[in-house]
Design a protein around this ligand. Structure first.
Ligand code: CP
Ligand code: NVA
Length: 302
């Protein structure tokens, strides 16, 4: 039976660990120039209903490095933009392609796509989740710290798709996650309830200082995600005091890592000095999108 990657929860801890191991292997091969055409001759469609820099480029390059052919499809220039149903698009794409990555709005869209597709489907970001990004983030932590477990993770900012996916990761992988979000901008209630049911070690607070105190990994993201641009001003007011600055970083462990999925709005959710500073690993984090997604594609589509 085909397997999809719509949320981290589609994989067990053992399967996620296997993905990290394959990521390390593929990254080493790519760095050494060793061919790794695990998807030789295949075709992978990359559908975008939202903008992208990293996801588009890392998937296109990754598909090519695996010996396959990437097809970039923007919904606006396909029949999807003119209202062709998701379930029809999914069945048609499955007749041409060996796998599909889709970036869209509702999680239910990727779920419907996957239900009708006969090939593996990967979530390249929805309003609810961004699983490829959290895989890259965790792989970056593994590279820097030798492990992801036994560390304290802090999220400062919006309870958005990134925060929700971190909550999934905490529940599946067992690490402590502290989230500081303003009132009214908490993570998804359903995801929180699910994670708590799994015994996840979660702390929810409105105080960024409480979240970052003694933490090993600090993470933030934009205050207005794609689709929320009209709320930018109102959000900027609600998020005052949630900027990841040197004072906040100073409360974390001295050897902490600072993550940001990018794109960043400097001096809104993160200061220039923090993102450019010695604790920031955001460029490795961005690069690792390429390597983890190759592992995901190779695992699902070979
Ligand atoms: N982090 C991330 O997904 O970036 P893009 O929106 O540029 O793909
Ligand atoms: N939360 C952001 C992440 C962008 C990669 C968004 O959804 O726009």
């Amino acid at each position: 039976m085909k397997k999809d990657f719509l949320a981290l929860n589609d994989f067990s801890k053992a399967e996620l660990d296997a993905l990290f191991a394959l990521t390390a292997e593929l990254k080493a091969k790519q760095k050494q120039g060793i061919e790794h055409h695990l998807l030789k001759g295949k075709n992978v469609a990359l559908i975008f209903e939202k903008s992208s820099t990293r996801t588009r480029v890392s998937f296109e390059v990754g598909v090519y490095q695996l010996g396959a052919h990437p097809l970039f499809i923007s919904s606006g220039t396909s029949q999807m933009g003119r209202g062709e149903p998701i379930k029809d698009t999914a069945r048609v794409m499955s007749r041409y392609c060996d796998g599909v990555m889709i970036r869209t709005f509702g999680q239910e869209i990727v779920e419907e796509f996957a239900r009708y597709a006969s090939v593996p489907v990967i979530n390249g970001l929805t309003d609810l989740f961004h699983p490829c990004q959290i895989m890259a983030d965790l792989f970056t932590v593994i590279e820097q710290k030798g492990r992801y477990d036994g560390l304290v993770y802090a999220w400062v900012g919006d309870g958005n798709n990134m925060a929700n996916t971190w909550i999934e990761a905490a529940a599946l992988l067992g690490f402590e996650l502290r989230l500081a979000c303003p009132t009214g901008y908490e993570p998804d209630a359903g995801v929180l309830a699910w994670a708590r049911g799994k015994g996840a070690k979660l702390v929810l607070t409105t105080d960024p200082r409480e979240a970052v105190a003694g933490a090993d990994v600090l993470n933030t993201d934009v205050w207005a995600s794609m689709g929320q641009e009209a709320e930018q001003q109102e959000r900027a007011k609600a998020f005052a005091g949630y900027c990841l600055d040197d004072a906040l970083v100073g409360l974390a462990r001295p050897d902490c890592l600072v993550l940001h999925c990018l794109p960043a709005h400097r001096n809104e959710e993160i200061t220039d000095s923090v993102i450019e500073g010695p604790r920031s690993v955001v460029w490795d984090e961005a690069e690792n999108r390429l390597h983890v997604q190759k592992a995901i594609m190779a695992t699902l589509m070979k």
